[in-house]
Design a protein around this ligand. Structure first.
Ligand code: SF4
Length: 352
């Protein structure tokens, strides 16, 4: 069990699609983000492989992690169309959850199906229409939305990294919605369509799957030219400065940006809690010399030497240094601080 020198940070534009990276840079004082080097999309870390311990949860090469249906805001739809995306054109032709705000997805279906542990990463019936099975790549990579851009199967700092990415997702999703509405207004979508897209019984985000605005009259001057409309949305979004985008996001976006900065500061804080105790530790694998233990995520277990695992009971809420001294004495070797910190990062131990 080793601990990398932490945390590894890289430029936002290496991790995020170009537009969203530019917006994030404007929202933060320091636009670096964790480099999730354990989540290797080019060489998927979740596929079965001789190096993967028997019994590990693996994804299907037919889906990888893309058992998800992204909601694509209008300007993302237009960008993907401009790049020649056949999968986006197919979704347009199918017309499911299609409106001047973009291409939607049913949140209830996503919750019920796409978060099912048995099906996620494995069920081909849930495969994203933009996933290219032959290459294992995303067909709309430069125009992927907030969830796709911030989701990783593994995190270099476990729960701490994930907390930061979740906050970035919230902020970007808010900005994507704000820009989508701005595009609709800027391009003269008629009030009747705006009313259909903002039903009184749901938050005014992107539409539910059953709020489909296919009625020609509701596209105003864009009737019969949805593709032209979406491409125009991309031009509108690209012309916005990052400051203008943040202003469109309003006080909610500013508040979310503050939560991103907080999560980032917490990521950078390497101090161990003064007292720790067992967290969400679940044994998911065992050999003569090691254990595989799941903490914050079933997709990202840690492999620990058994000699260390056998000493975790010493961490029962007493002062951390005292518990570490007892654990080291019982193990007959020093329990490294780095190992403890990693167990805390991954939720196997937690501060009290
Ligand atoms: S849009 Fe791309 S990254 Fe997102 S689920 Fe589909 S294929 Fe995967």
């Amino acid at each position: 069990m080793t601990r990398r020198s932490l945390p590894l940070l890289g430029p936002a534009d290496a991790a995020l699609p170009p537009l969203q990276a530019r917006w994030l840079a404007a929202a933060l004082d320091d636009a670096t983000l964790p480099v999730e080097s354990n989540a290797t999309c080019d060489d998927c870390a979740m596929l079965a492989d001789p190096s993967v311990p028997a019994g590990s949860l693996v994804f299907s090469p037919a889906t990888r992690c893309c058992t998800y249906l992204p909601t694509l805001a209008n300007f993302l739809v237009g960008g993907a169309l401009r790049d020649g995306s056949a999968s986006v054109r197919r979704r347009l032709a199918e017309g499911v959850a299609l409106s001047p705000l973009g291409l939607g997805a049913d949140a209830a279906v996503l919750l019920a199906e796409h978060t099912d542990r048995e099906r996620f990463g494995r069920d081909p019936s849930l495969r994203c229409p933009h996933y290219e099975a032959a290459s294992g790549r995303c067909g709309v990579w430069a125009w992927r939305e907030a969830t796709c851009a911030t989701w990783f199967c593994k995190h270099t700092r476990g729960e701490r990294s994930k907390a930061l990415w979740n906050r970035v997702q919230q902020l970007l999703a808010r900005l994507e919605r704000a820009v989508a509405w701005h595009c609709a207004l800027a391009l003269d979508v008629p009030p009747a369509a705006l009313a259909r897209m903002a039903p009184l019984d749901t938050p005014h985000g992107l539409p539910r799957a059953d709020v489909v605005v296919r009625d020609d009259a509701l596209w105003g001057r864009w009737t019969g030219d949805a593709e032209g409309f979406f491409r125009a949305c991309t031009a509108v979004a690209e012309a916005l400065s990052a400051a203008e985008v943040l202003a469109l996001g309003g006080s909610e976006a500013r508040a979310l940006a503050a939560t991103v900065r907080l999560a980032r500061a917490q990521l950078l804080d390497d101090a161990l809690p003064a007292r720790v105790m067992l967290g969400r530790a679940e044994l998911v694998g065992l050999t003569a010399t090691s254990v595989r233990v799941q903490g914050y995520s079933h997709l990202d277990p840690l492999v620990l030497p058994r000699v260390l695992f056998d000493q975790l009971h010493h961490f029962d809420g007493r002062p951390t240094e005292e518990a570490r001294a007892d654990a080291s004495a019982a193990a007959g070797e020093e329990v490294p601080i780095d190992a403890l910190a990693m167990l805390v990062d991954f939720g196997v131990l937690r501060g009290t």
